[in-house]
Design a protein around this ligand. Sequence first.
Ligand SMILES: Nc1ncnc2c1ncn2[C@@H]1O[C@H](COP(=O)(O)OP(=O)(O)OP(=O)(O)O)[C@@H](O)[C@H]1O
Ligand SMILES: [Mg+2]
Length: 93
Amino acid sequence: MDFGEVIARGTPQEIQTNPKVIEAYLGKGQPMLLEVEDLNVYYGAIHALQGISFSVDQGEIVTLIGANGAGKSTTLRTSPVCSARAGGRAVPR
Ligand SMILES: Nc1ncnc2c1ncn2[C@@H]1O[C@H](COP(=O)(O)OP(=O)(O)OP(=O)(O)O)[C@@H](O)[C@H]1O
Ligand SMILES: [Mg+2]
């Protein structure tokens, strides 16, 4: 079902692989909104982020959890703007 409409019928296997069902649950193959690859951030000699990689797809809700001082704020501050100097790559799209 999708918005009250039956979009597929069949065996569980047929439903699982039906493109309309996949699209209804996961959305169309939208481009990545943000892709961070091997991000390293230093505060002087402190290597705060060590090779962080993640991606955020359109429509996704991503949470970042970790202990105090793990690097959550640093990740949020630097991911969209990380530079070659920081030793990584962020590709906002
Ligand atoms: N301006 C700064 N100068 C030096 N070190 C810093 C600075 N900001 C953060 N750090 C260090 O970098 C590491 C990551 O800190 P960050 O604030 O990103 O962690 P956090 O996961 O957001 O912590 P919290 O849960 O306390 O908010 C910690 O070891 C912290 O002490
Ligand atoms: Mg924080």
